[in-house]
Design a protein. Structure first.
Length: 467
């Protein structure tokens, strides 16, 4: 909604000049713009997703390699079972809610007489068929190029196809690096990230690898590698970590707010712009897997990793982000992401247009009311969508993989479909729970519950089911 109404300046940096006039709107300020910069937040999500998907597996791998901790019998089988379960469940948990959204959106756009109506199809069945075909393009795991055209009426779903392919890459990386030393694993992760960017500008793969590297650093910090190299234990001052961490969080927020238009039009972007590789600049002639200028994704990738690494080092900031309301928003975040288009086109914009055209409200006042009411609607609708649809597909995925396919099912174990894991406390680092019992605790549930926090007081980053 913001980008539709304020399109003439929302994508430009604060202080840039257009037609001889300086653009100095509050919403353009870097740290304010970061809150609405969808592209930067996509990068943050992909890094966080890489962290979540690899967290539990890397914990098992690193625990098993500790010299003072005997390897559990069958731990390799447990890891294989875990990866198999996550791989098979991923498509259902990602695309199930998206198909439900497509079905709902098809009916809304065909029958609701306000908002963005679409009556081009001769009947509702032909209309539904169009939505199905657009959903199939998103679910195609073999298409790595830019998605053209974006799904009509729910274009934000383009990220789900990318996320699914990244999930497959992550599971392959977990299996490939499971037997490596921690130094070898870090080298491979960094190499894959760098090579993907160099070969085909795969910023998305680099984001996922960045998340995996963060998870590896959680269990095997660089200080441990250096200690082994020099055969002495390093105990760096906390200020050597806190000061760079604060800087990295601030820098990450700045980079994630990079404008999509006039990228070098004003400070601080104009100074950093000189560091942008030629292949990521406008009109570089390179292939583009993304739906907007490459520089946004280049700096967004760096910014997302920088910000989340800094957050990992700052327990106090983690606690601020762990208040109940933010954790609740984390729970419904996937549903909110899916429903944001409908809330925008059928609630926010109609209210804005009525207030401005019929009642003569100013542009900013009408926008404020439409934006607030639209977001209230989105939160309420997302709550129902999460409870009714998202949670149902979580149970369905578990039932299909465990009950039907038998992955990780233990003799005499309780039915997976009857149990939804909601841990009341983050497991500690020496938790002895069997990883193979996927009907009891799911890998990504643990990772999201613990988030970017110490294993003893998890919940740093909000637990979000597969999101």
């Amino acid at each position: 909604m913001t980008m539709d109404i304020y399109r003439d300046f929302i994508f430009k940096p604060y202080g840039a000049e257009k037609d001889g006039k300086k653009l100095e709107h509050f919403i353009q300020l870097p740290f304010v713009r970061a809150l609405i910069a969808g592209k930067g937040m996509v990068c943050v999500f992909f890094v966080l997703s890489g962290f979540v998907l690899s967290y539990s597996s890397l914990r098992k791998v690193n625990d098993a390699s500790k010299p003072n901790k005997p390897e559990k019998a069958g731990s390799r089988d447990d890891l294989l079972t875990s990866v198999s379960s996550m791989t098979l469940r991923r498509a259902i948990r990602l695309f199930g809610p998206m198909l439900a959204l497509a079905f709902i959106t098809a009916f809304v756009t065909y029958y609701v007489p306000w908002g963005h109506m679409d009556r081009a199809a001769p009947n509702i069945f032909a209309h539904l068929w169009k939505f199905w075909l657009s959903a199939v393009t998103v679910m195609n795991p073999y298409h790595w190029g830019r998605l053209k055209p974006l799904p009509r009426h729910y274009g934000q779903a383009w990220t789900l196809g990318v996320e699914y392919r990244l999930s497959l890459v992550m599971f392959l990386m977990i299996a490939t690096t499971a037997t490596l030393s921690t130094v070898g694993r870090k080298i491979v992760i960094i190499f894959v990230a760098a090579w993907s960017v160099y070969c085909n500008r795969r910023w998305d793969v680099a984001c996922a690898m960045g998340g995996m590297l963060l998870a590896e650093l959680r269990f095997a910090p660089l200080s441990d590698d250096i200690s082994r190299l020099f055969n002495r234990r390093l105990r760096p001052s906390k200020w050597l970590t806190i000061v760079p961490a604060v800087f990295c969080v601030a820098l990450g927020i700045l980079l994630c707010s990079w404008p999509e238009s006039m990228p070098s039009g004003a400070e601080p972007y104009s100074s950093i712009w000189e560091l942008t590789p030629e292949s990521w600049r406008p009109d570089s002639g390179h292939g583009s897997p993304e739906p907007v200028g490459g520089w946004v994704w280049w700096w967004g990738t760096i910014g997302a990793f920088s910000m989340l690494w800094g957050l990992e080092q700052l327990p106090l900031l983690q606690k601020v982000l762990s208040v109940s309301f933010l954790k609740y928003l984390g729970e419904i975040s996937y549903a909110y992401y899916l429903l944001q288009g409908l809330g925008h086109t059928h609630v926010g914009i109609p209210i804005y247009e009525v207030l401005q055209d019929k009642y003569g409200w100013s542009k900013n006042s009408a926008f404020a009311i439409g934006y607030i009411v639209g977001n209230i609607f989105n939160i309420i609708a997302s709550d129902y969508f999460w409870r009714v649809i998202d949670e149902s597909f979580i149970r369905l995925a578990r039932h299909v993989v465990v009950e039907w396919l038998g992955v990780g099912k233990q003799p005499g174990s309780r039915s997976a479909v009857d149990y939804t894991p909601v841990p009341t406390a983050a497991p500690s680092a020496d938790d002895d729970r069997s990883a193979s019992d996927n009907t009891v605790v799911e890998e990504d549930d643990i990772a999201l519950k613990e988030g970017f926090d110490d294993g003893s007081n998890g919940e740093g980053v909000r637990r979000r089911r597969d999101w």
